[in-house]
Design a protein around this ligand. Structure first.
Ligand code: ZN
Length: 283
């Protein structure tokens, strides 16, 4: 429904942008937490976490991820924390699943589950069927909700298949990533194809890659979806790439668009209720 509170998912860091690309990408734990704090004030409910090593390269090491999750809990224990299980550094199940064992205040609420393989501009993202299933099972055992990531409609169809087999349990949340060169472009028709095959009752969000981020936000708000935004997917504020964005500016723009569209922003508590997520740590 178009008046549904809009769940904003912040992807502040990702694995790709480096300091040379933009001075605004938060790389250290302190920088990431400062951005999360600003963006939480602006209305973010979910934070999609990637860690970096001191040299800025991506890290899947739980020891690098833990202080970020704990820091987000300290900012607001109701914020939903989603850790990345990306295979772009190391495709093996064990390397990717290690963050799922984080405990206490470092335990994530959600973890990304890319449902298939695809190409990025310079790299392939390989998600073999046994690894996808292995991650899904590990998440289920640990009570961690998958953030279903789909670059093609068939990936969400696979998610529906896993849901039917009880391998993933809802309420389901899916990020539909549009505008990556080589996968589904940002068009109403492609969105319709994703939604037609998604698991039943999926809360869906759109993320637009690069210059498609703004369009993805507007389409999602208008169509009753939710939004993923942040420097992980797009470092520019404008389509002509003259002004580098900050995470806070990107979230601020989503908040403005939501206000114009008369969609209130979901608080973290409202997002937890919608996604059936308990509060992660006692206050
Ligand atoms: Zn990510």
């Amino acid at each position: 429904m178009a008046s549904d509170p809009l769940i904003v998912n912040l992807a502040p860091t990702g694995m790709v942008p480096m300091r040379a690309d933009t001075p605004h990408v938060p790389l250290t734990t302190a920088e990431i937490l400062a951005d999360v704090e600003r963006c939480a004030e602006a209305g973010v409910a979910i934070v999609h976490v990637h860690a970096r090593r001191p040299d800025g390269t991506p890290s899947q090491d739980p020891d690098d991820v833990a202080p970020i999750v704990e820091g987000i809990r300290a900012i607001d224990p109701e914020l939903i924390v989603c850790v990345s299980c990306s295979g772009r550094i190391e495709p093996s199940l064990e390397a990717r699943a290690a963050v799922l064992d984080l405990d206490g205040a470092a335990r994530p609420d959600m973890a990304s589950l890319t449902l298939g393989s695809n190409n990025f501009l310079r790299q392939a993202s390989v998600n073999a069927p046994d690894v996808v299933l292995g991650l899904a099972r590990r998440m289920r055992e640990r009570g961690i909700r998958p953030e279903l990531e789909a670059f093609e409609p068939g990936m969400l169809a696979w998610g529906a298949h896993l849901a039917e087999r009880g391998e993933i349990e809802g309420p389901h949340y899916a990020n539909i990533l549009l505008g990556n060169p080589g996968t589904a472009p940002l068009l109403p028709a492609t969105l319709a194809a994703f939604l037609a095959v998604a698991p039943p009752d999926t809360t869906w969000a759109l993320g637009g890659i690069g210059r498609f981020q703004l369009d993805a936000t507007m389409l999602a708000i208008a169509a009753g979806g939710h939004v993923r935004v942040g420097l992980e997917d797009n470092i520019w504020l404008d389509r002509d790439r003259t002004t580098l964005a900050t995470n806070a500016a990107l979230v601020g723009r989503v908040a403005q668009l939501a206000a114009l569209a008369e969609r209130p922003l979901a608080t973290p508590a409202q997002a937890r209720e919608r996604l059936g997520l308990p509060l992660a740590v006692p206050r």
